[in-house]
Ligand binder design. Structure first.
Ligand code: FAD
Length: 465
């Protein structure tokens, strides 16, 4: 539903109402940047907390607890007198009436709308894969992945003790972007270093981690030398990297592969999805042009066409600068959020709005204990690997983490975990069944997986480690 840019429809004497959808990086930065403007701000999020997504994989692999990386949105803005928080889900946007519809039934009017609802997993039209192969986006996803990974070791130990064999402890991670690389490295890490003294019947170090990607290199958005470095460091850690390998089917306990270098049908105790993202469906409700992932095409004032009082930020925005699309990572979301106040402030003064420009400081991804790759672009340019990149990653993440308590807690946990070789958040909560495990148990120890073993080196023997 498009509309022409129109003057604010605010009541005389009332302050403009700014409604922000999403308390992620974009939304929180927008709200904070508006703290000292004469506007009424409402943040709406379906969750009561802001999640620091770059550290979610550490919750998934039992390094950190959820509360270390998530903060209640209400407490982040508690000192901002002009800001209120609503925990609710936005289900509709009417740009003509200038209001958003909430799941609870309420309609919230706005003068300015900031849409920072982010993105979610894309299974490329195969939503049925999601139950067998969860992705990582929320705290709930992270605790579910933690449950599955830890449970696989527990079930293997129990089955080994009772029957003298267990289904293969294969962990298949699909997608070789930063999240896939971090998950694969972290699973090898936990198996290699952190659990080796904890079991009596299985050897966790023999768990296999396979990282599958359909492309020709990992971390495709990074410079090629860093992709090569990441692959080398992952392989040194014991991760099997398989490029040119497309996933064609997923069912509990199994991954079917095709592409230029297929691996056949892989047996998997745990399957994790890190292969694709799609934009929040709210983008399409604005009625403007969207790209193939559903991101809203915005101009240099972050407006969709003909909607001067609507700003789209972060992962949901398709913003092109110098001929290239700005990536869906945290820095652009934060910078776009900060820019919202500059534009609204210009409007309130009757001045010309400044154009948004993204300032790229670089990207980084961790590969396990003490290893990372970093494409640093500011304050100097460098391609880093190994320990220096890991130390830079650590410093930057502590710096950007929201909340003083969280920074101290994370720093303390990292130091403790690093020296003690323990993972303090190794809790299995909820259901004690692992999708596909029972079927693999019923198939018995003699079922051949030789076809897979021959190509991948995955342990086909279903016997003792
Ligand atoms: C596992 C993982 C690791 C990552 N690692 C890195 C990294 O190392 N470095 C980096 O720069 N970036 C990383 N990213 C990307 C980065 O986190 C995102 O680019 C960033 O969070 C985008 O910010 P955003 O504000 O657009 O959306 P988000 O931070 O995703 O926030 C969106 C918010 O909107 C809310 N919301 C959505 N729909 C609705 C609705 N209908 N109603 C109400 N609320 C709604 C959500 O609950 C959420 O709070 C990672 C992402 C993931 C998932």
């Amino acid at each position: 539903m498009t509309q022409l840019a129109q003057p604010l429809q605010q009541l005389p004497g009332k302050q403009p109402r700014v409604v922000i959808i999403g308390g992620g990086f974009g939304g929180i930065h927008a709200a904070k940047s508006l703290a000292h403007l004469p506007v009424e701000v409402t943040i709406i999020d379906r969750r009561n907390h802001h999640t620091f997504q770059p550290l979610l994989y550490q919750v998934a692999l039992a390094v950190l607890s959820p509360a270390d990386i998530a903060s209640p949105i209400r407490s982040i803005v508690r000192h901002q007198k002009n800001t209120q928080v609503l925990m609710d889900e936005v289900i509709g946007i009417d740009t003509l009436k200038q209001s958003v519809a909430l799941k609870s039934g309420a309609q919230i009017p706005y003068d300015y709308l900031v849409v920072a609802a982010g993105s979610t997993h894309s299974y490329f039209g195969h939503e049925e894969w999601s139950a067998a192969a969860p992705g990582l986006k929320t705290v709930e996803d992270a605790t579910e992945i933690r449950r599955r990974v830890l449970l696989a070791f527990e079930l293997a130990e129990r089955h080994m003790q009772e029957h003298g064999w267990h289904p293969p402890l294969n962990f298949v991670v699909i997608g070789g972007g930063p999240t896939g690389v971090e998950l694969a490295g972290a699973i090898r890490d936990i198996a290699q270093y952190y659990m080796k003294h904890d079991f009596r019947h299985i050897n966790p170090q023999k768990a296999k981690v396979l990282l599958l990607d359909g492309g020709e290199r990992l971390l495709a958005a990074y410079p090629p030398d860093l992709s090569a470095k990441a692959q080398k460091e992952l392989e040194a850690l014991g991760v099997e990297v398989h490029l040119g390998c497309h996933v064609t089917g997923i069912e509990p306990g199994w991954v079917e592969t095709g592409g230029p270098r297929p691996l056949g049908k892989l047996e998997a105790a745990v399957i994790l999805w890190a292969a694709g993202v799609q934009a929040s469906p709210l983008g399409k409700m604005l009625g403007g042009e969207t790209d193939k992932r559903g991101c809203v095409i915005v101009d240099d004032q972050l407006n969709p066409a003909n909607l001067a009082n609507v700003f789209v930020l972060g992962d949901l925005a398709h913003f092109v600068q110098d001929g290239k699309q700005v990536p869906g990572v945290a820095q652009p979301a934060m910078q776009m959020g900060d820019h919202v106040a500059k534009m609204i402030s210009a409007d309130l003064k009757g001045a010309k709005r400044p154009a948004f420009r993204y300032f790229d400081k670089g990207d980084m991804a961790t590969i396990g204990r003490m290893s990372a790759v970093a494409d640093v672009k500011w304050p100097f340019k460098a391609h880093m690997g190994g320990f220096p990149a890991w130390f830079t990653w650590l410093t930057v993440h502590i710096f950007f983490l929201i909340g003083f308590r969280n920074r101290i807690a994370v720093l303390f946990t990292w130091v403790w975990s690093y020296f003690s070789f323990t993972r303090s958040a190794r809790l299995i909560t909820g259901d004690q069944r692992l999708p596909g495990w029972q079927e693999q148990v019923e198939a018995g120890p003699a079922r051949p997986s030789a076809a897979v073993s021959a190509q991948t080196g995955v342990s086909g023997s279903r016997a003792a480690d």
